[in-house]
Design a protein around this ligand. Structure first.
Ligand code: MOS
Length: 767
């Protein structure tokens, strides 16, 4: 099949990436409704489910190699300090210690955009890397850390983003506390003019906390050399990113590095880039000529591998009495920790509602705390809480139903680029979601229900990208016996990638799913696919798999035509057998074709098609929450969440529901309990464990109802699937917060909504 390289665009999180990608020229007709399909859209159990529950599946943290040693990282106890000296002599004496890496013997490797080295003499947050010990056991390595003597000169520090913006604040980096020296700004129309046209101007401030990814499987890496060839098992969302970063850091060819990741216990954005631990493992392993394993512990997970930045958002809206939004503005400050990242959160305000006059100004500020990283819909979770709270307030002020207010400001065009969406079924999501929760049951007057336990209902809207795009490839091998191997350099973060790839191949080739074996997460044996992030995996990879399978079908048909001495048009393919249309006695099996070709394996490689020009690809949704607030204890219990979304085609309802459950429960934690706390006097994290950093358990989990209002989006690809990983979490916290308001009649504008905040709020009303 002919290929060419064409221009395409896609969104990876907020970044609009213009790329060129190789695509097949032959157009594949997009699938119609799921009713016409046999396996796609049908509840399909994870093909990797059994090996996972039996414990046979080898996660990176399970990898054990012959002769392997363990390494542990010494981290700074101080928020800002200069290292005057490191004395490792005593640690080196400990029996079983093999090697110690510090700034003294580490190569000067630039890291994170050259703002620090692998081991810098300045440490900028509690948790910054200071040294690493490799030893015969994890215990010995840990013991040795205590024997390393580090002389620190403590420096003034700042942990609060607002403080860090002041002129007299300590500077995290020499050049100041704003990575680029300026805030990020966006503007369209004229906000002042819009506010003048309004009947009412509403302004309010909303704040959100820092939360930590706390993936089930910690960040980890195992490095092994064989001559000049390095193999790294890494718990990562992006095997090719890790391969290239390690190769660049070690200044060796990328072809000499193989990165493998088979199974994974979550990433949520914290595993998109190579970690320092991976490079450290590779360096030490090269030195001591033994495989090295580094697994971070729960404390390190809470200190040093990323977080969702906090936000202080001041929003303004101009509203007419009929509900028209005449202006929206957004000002935000967020802490990105000690190294460059972004804390912007204005995208929902820029794009969800129809509004001509919009301005945003966002400060992503350095502080002496752990670096923030992309975290499941970065910016959107914070931003949606701010925007949707303001919208709820605006609706109430003009006496309009909050859902009607949202419909009044509905748009069929992307507001930033002024182009239409490939599809948007948010109206259906509003309608079906409202019916499912019983929207009419909410308190007409917030807080008006009687008794100690007060119930309320709220809702919020979601927008995200998640359309995926090229480049993404899949290689398909068909064996003589009709079994199939599919290889793709993508990742399964626990999300169901293995299963949807098998489903797509099974659907096209009409072969049982049990005959299809999937290899992913290996840079050496798999063709390139991008990072598993931005909710792009299924949207990018599924069409590449379909392309490979369709090509295989075409190849088989042409082979059958040659053997049966007929033309391809006269042949039909069904379940691995090709027959002549009006002479079904003339038929040939896959086995016979491949045998006659004297091959044992037929190979095709499929590619993701380009995205259409002039259209915006987004996901949309609305979540509705019902809560019960105990006005005696202040505790909020979420009774039910209805998630109604437009996410393109559903590939597998089972894993789709899993994704929504995960996102909603994580969103519930964000709404009600999770919070990284830093003591501003000492610069130390008070919650670096899972007993003071609370995450939801099954006891906190509400009834969850998932409603998908979309079918395949035929404009985006032959499969028409979009992502669900991030849409699932985006509106949850806002919906819960609005339900709390509806229950108690006082609005809590700061997350998490903990019992103390609820009780304080209730005291305010009683006065
Ligand atoms: Mo990302 S926050 O892993 O999509």
């Amino acid at each position: 099949m002919t290929r060419k390289i064409v221009k395409s665009k896609y969104h990876f999180e907020p970044d609009l990436i213009e790329t060129i990608g190789e695509v097949s020229i032959e157009e594949i007709k997009p699938w119609g409704s799921n009713d016409e399909l046999k396996i796609i859209g049908k509840p399909t159990s994870r093909i990797d489910g059994a090996v996972k529950v039996s414990g046979e599946a080898v996660y990176t943290s399970d990898v054990i190699l012959p002769n392997m040693v363990y390494a542990k990282i010494l981290r700074s106890p101080h928020p800002n300090a200069q290292i005057k000296n490191i004395d490792t002599s005593e640690a080196e004496q400990l029996e079983g210690v093999l090697y110690i890496l510090t700034y003294k013997n580490a190569p000067e490797i630039g890291w994170y955009y050259n703002t620090s080295y692998l081991f810098d003499k300045q440490v900028r947050y509690q948790g910054d890397e200071v040294a690493c010990v490799a030893a015969e056991s994890e215990k010995i390595a840990e013991d040795a850390l205590h024997l390393i003597k580090v002389e620190y000169e403590n420096l003034p520090f700042v942990t609060d983003a607002v403080e860090a913006l002041k002129d007299n604040s300590p500077k995290v980096h020499e050049w100041g506390n704003l990575p680029r020296g300026n805030p990020d700004k966006y503007k369209r129309g004229d906000v002042e003019k819009g506010l003048k046209e309004a009947d009412l101007v509403i302004e309010d401030t909303f704040t959100t906390q820092v939360v930590v990814h706390n993936t089930t499987e910690p960040h980890c890496s195992v490095a092994k050399w064989e001559g000049s060839k390095l193999t790294v098992w890494d718990s990562t969302q992006a095997i090719f990113n890790v391969r290239d970063s390690i190769a660049a850091s070690l200044q060796i060819p990328a072809s000499s590095v193989r990165v493998i990741k088979k199974y994974m216990g979550g990433g949520f954005g914290s595993k998109l880039e190579a970690g320092k631990y991976s490079v450290i493992a590779a360096l030490i392993s090269r030195k001591i000529k033994r495989p090295v394993k580094i697994v971070l512990d729960r404390r390190e997970e809470n200190l040093a591998v990323g977080n969702r930045p906090n936000s202080i958002q001041t929003l303004k809206a101009g509203v007419k009495k009929d509900g028209t939004l005449t202006a929206l503005s957004h000002h935000s400050i967020g802490s990105i920790g000690a190294y460059p990242d972004g804390a912007g959160c204005s995208w929902p305000l820029r794009t969800i509602y129809k509004c001509e006059n919009v301005s945003t100004e966002e400060y992503s500020v350095f502080t002496n705390t752990g670096k923030s990283r992309a975290y499941r819909a970065p910016g959107h979770v914070q931003g949606t809480f701010g925007l949707e709270s303001l919208i709820d307030i605006a609706a109430e002020k003009i006496g309009m139903d909050p859902l009607e207010f949202r419909l009044k400001n509905y748009t069929d065009k992307d507001q930033v680029y002024n182009i239409p969406y490939t599809s948007k079924k948010l109206k259906d999501a509003y309608e079906k979601g409202a019916n499912a929760i019983g929207w009419h049951r909410r308190n007409k007057v917030p807080g008006s229900s009687n008794g100690i336990l007060k119930r309320g209902i709220g809702m919020a809207t979601q927008i995200w990208w998640g359309g995926g795009g090229p480049p993404a490839y899949a290689t398909l091998k068909l064996n003589r016996d009709g079994s199939v191997n599919v290889m793709a350099g993508t990742q399964d973060l626990g999300t169901g990638t293995y299963t949807f790839i098998a489903q797509v191949a099974s659907e096209v080739l009409q072969l049982p799913i049990e005959k299809i074996s999937i290899t992913i997460g290996d840079t050496e044996t798999c063709p390139y696919c991008g990072a598993s992030g931005g909710s792009t995996t299924a949207a990018s990879v599924a069409p590449a798999v379909r392309d490979a399978a369709e090509q295989m079908k075409a190849k088989l048909i042409s082979g059958a035509a040659a053997i049966l001495e007929t033309s391809e048009e006269k042949l039909i393919y069904a379940e691995g057998i090709i027959s002549v249309k009006n002479d079904p006695s003339k038929k040939i099996t896959i086995h016979e074709i491949i045998s006659k070709m004297r091959e044992r394996v037929l190979v095709t490689t499929g590619a993701r098609s380009a995205n259409p020009e002039g259209y915006m690809i987004n996901t949309f949704g609305a979540q509705f929450a019902e809560v019960e607030v105990d006005t005696f204890t202040g505790k909020v219990r979420v009774i039910k969440i209805v998630a109604a979304h437009d996410i393109g085609r559903v590939l597998n309802p089972k894993t789709l529901e899993n994704q929504f459950h995960g996102g909603i429960i994580q969103g519930l934690g964000y709404a009600l309990m999770e919070e990284r706390k830093v003591d501003s006097n000492t610069g130390k994290v008070l919650t670096a464990n899972l007993y003071s950093y609370l995450i939801p358990t099954i006891m906190d989990t509400p009834e969850i109802e998932v409603i998908i209002v979309s079918e395949g989006d035929s404009m985006i690809s032959s499969v028409g699937a979009k992502g669900v990983g991030e849409p699932a979490i985006i509106p949850t916290a806002a919906a819960i917060a609005h339900a709390v308001y509806n229950a108690i009649g006082v609005r809590i504008k700061s997350l998490p909504i903990t019992p103390d905040k609820v009780l304080n709020a209730l005291t305010l009303i009683k006065r």
